[in-house]
Design a protein around this ligand. Structure first.
Ligand code: NCD
Length: 298
């Protein structure tokens, strides 16, 4: 089965599964839940199953679930589980689904979500599959853009950093294609966006200076060191500077999925255009909306 054919309420594998009207619906629900006090997931539970490190994704799913009245079995450190004894992903999924209404899975293998979906009878949510995709992050990134700017169509979005291995970038680029958005990329050639994600209108640069003036959204990512082989030495320092911000539009929005490791110095945090902390709050609301949509009905 192709990912696109799987209804997203059954499993979120890739952003390819969402239409613009699905996204409108999720964003409207996120906005409602952000001010609501209802507990629609009372009695429901999820497992957070993370084979890779996580701060925001695991804790925001945890917070989203508990705010909605549900509970969470956190397996954030698989090394303390039977995975260490050699248990397969498939058996781990079959075990944990006995205890929960959905599984949130982060794994280093790109095919892990699909393998999990093929054996699971409860919804699976892809929380990052290697260098593949990170669909819930991309939804929250898009929600951040729409909240900060009031619209998505007509914007110029610049994505900068490790575009090759950055799964949040891969998912976000695909979502942006559904809108009337100009997309431009800044990276060293070694870390450029994989060709299948590019369309002919896209422009690629190695320097932010060339594009900062006309950028409405600047989305910065770190180099994904864990996905580079040790022999690769990349000479690319691309911290956003105060002089970049001085040149940027007054209403530009500066985003980062975090963690940052030097790409945005903390001196820029007080700039009202720095949206990366607000971005996390928006993420909580989007994940609440996804959970209610997927497991909120009996
Ligand atoms: C990202 C990830 O895990 O892909 N983090 C996140 O979920 N916010 C980005 C990263 O690790 O660089």
């Amino acid at each position: 089965m192709n990912n696109v054919d799987i209804p997203w309420r059954r499993a979120v594998v890739s952003v390819d599964q969402f239409s613009r009207s699905d996204i409108d619906e999720i964003f409207a629900l996120a906005a409602r839940l952000s001010v609501g006090r209802t507990m629609p997931l009372t009695g429901k539970s999820i497992v957070n199953l993370f084979y890779e490190p996580s701060t925001r994704t695991s804790s925001s799913f945890y917070a989203a679930m508990t705010k909605l009245g549900g509970s969470v079995i956190p397996i954030n450190e698989v090394n303390y589980s039977s995975v260490t004894k050699g248990e397969s992903l498939e058996d781990t999924i079959r075990t944990l689904e006995c205890y929960a209404d959905a599984l949130v899975l982060r794994h280093y293998d790109e095919d892990a979500t699909e393998r999990a979906v093929s054996v699971a009878s409860v919804p699976i949510i892809n929380a990052g599959n290697g260098a593949g995709e990170h669909p819930t992050q991309a939804l929250l990134d898009l929600y951040t853009i729409s909240k900060e700017r009031g619209h998505i169509d007509g914007l110029t979005v610049t994505l900068m950093g490790d575009l090759k291995h950055g799964r949040t970038v891969h998912s976000l680029v695909k979502l942006l294609r559904m809108y009337d958005v100009k997309v431009q990329f800044v990276s060293p050639p070694e870390l450029s966006l994989p060709r299948p994600y590019l369309v002919k209108e896209d422009t690629e640069y190695t320097d932010l200076e060339a594009v900062i003036d006309d950028t409405d959204i600047l989305y910065v990512t770190r180099v994904q060191k864990e996905r580079l082989s040790d022999s690769v030495a990349i000479d690319f320092s691309y911290a956003v500077t105060q002089s970049d911000m001085d040149r940027a539009k007054d209403e530009m929005v500066l985003m980062h999925p975090l963690p940052r490791v030097g790409e945005i110095p903390s001196e820029l945090d007080s700039d009202p255009r720095a949206a990366y902390f607000r971005q996390m709050k928006y993420g909580l609301h989007v994940r609440m909306a996804l959970l209610v949509s997927m497991i909120g009905r009996d």
